[in-house]
Design a protein around this ligand. Structure first.
Ligand code: NAD
Length: 316
């Protein structure tokens, strides 16, 4: 069957690379990218429309024009920025999702992808090997919106049969596009500054372990979940995905193996520390392994090597 794909919020950290992968998979002519901002780089055959996901009429017109079989909703306000603008974060993260869910039901869109986050967990969730099902008491507006979004996804699946699929992404590390205001952004900034200045000051303390994932794995996981037979998917809220867990001190050590003069220091009192402290240190992703054969390719050394090689090539 011919697939037609629409990405909403395609110019961000994940959308930029997911768009490349989806164009490779389905053909440039079958992937429609959209964002509230104009894209910086657009291939001559790439399709782009400026769309605000909060404008339901514009979204409906877009869906009626292209009749997508798959929609990827990536437009959101992330954890750190969300704390500065809680009302806006709630509005975008909830109403953007509701608009897409309602239109998908109304227009019979076959498959939806919407990412959740490890931010759905909170201070009373188990911190190590956090299971799929446990106490969830997120205390950031971002985490609260993601947990509410998960409940909506499961509800729309149960009530309307909507085929919506979701992953709780860990912090995503990538070199093509800058991250969009999350608590895990340090693990991307550190590479840029290591190469540009030979030094980095982390806004998280040296022993703050968080789950992270290299973009190549995150994109591969997304495509794999979207390809999985519907009847194999036991989870319609959002799948845990473990990635790699490390602290700022551990990633600094790994960078030093390639750039021995790299100097790491730690700032104190950053508000992102409190968010990080409420999140898991590591995740149990048994359901993803069992239901859609998930396995990780990039560990910390492999990711560090690939990041540095790509950033060096990019700057030369
Ligand atoms: P990002 O901030 O880099 O990109 C989001 C994009 O949405 C931006 O290009 C922005 O212009 C666009 N956007 C904002 N408001 C919009 C609106 N009203 N209408 C249309 N577009 C709008 O975010 P990202 O890192 O690419 O994240 C994508 C998704 O993945 C989000 O749902 C995020 O919560 C989730 N996620 C990301 C991470 C991560 O580490 N990057 C981790 C967990 C979950």
């Amino acid at each position: 069957m011919k697939e037609t794909v629409i990405i909403l919020g395609s110019n961000g950290q994940i959308g930029t690379e997911l768009a490349i992968a989806l164009r490779e998979k389905f053909g440039v002519e079958n992937v429609v990218t959209t964002d509230i901002r104009e894209p910086q780089n657009l291939g001559s055959h790439d399709i782009f429309h400026p769309i605000n996901v909060l404008d339901k009429e514009a979204l409906k017109a877009l869906f009626l024009t292209y009749k997508p079989t798959q929609v990827y909703l990536l437009a959101a306000m992330l954890s750190a920025t969300g704390e500065q603008y809680p009302q806006k974060a709630w509005d975008l993260n909830m109403n953007g999702l509701l608009n897409v869910l309602d239109l998908a039901v109304e227009l019979g869109i076959k498959k939806i992808f919407w990412p959740s986050s490890i931010a759905v967990f909170g201070p009373h969730s188990p911190k190590v090997n956090t299971p799929q099902y446990c106490v969830m008491d997120p205390n950031s507006i971002y985490g609260i919106s993601k947990l509410s979004g998960e409940r909506l996804c499961e509800y729309y699946h149960a009530k309307y049969g909507l085929d919506i699929r979701s992953i709780r992404y860990p912090g995503i590390i990538s070199w093509k596009t800058a991250p969009g205001g999350g608590t895990t952004d340090y693990a991307v900034h550190i590479f840029f500054e290591a190469l540009a200045k030979g030094a980095y000051q982390s806004f998280l303390s040296e022993n703050t372990a968080l789950p992270m994932m290299y973009m190549n794995d995150a994109v591969r996981a997304t495509l794999q979940l979207m390809d999985a037979p519907a009847e194999q998917l036991r989870i319609r809220s959002s799948y845990n995905l473990a990635g790699i867990s490390f602290t700022p001190a551990e990633i600094a050590e790994e960078i030093k193996k390639i750039l021995p003069n790299f100097d790491m220091s730690y700032a104190q009192g950053d508000p992102r520390q409190a968010i990080a402290d409420s999140w898991p240190q590591s995740i149990d992703d048994t359901y993803a392994q069992q239901d859609w054969d998930w396995s990780l390719h990039f560990d910390l050394p492999a990711m560090t090597k690939d990041m540095i090689e790509n950033l060096k090539n990019n700057n030369s």
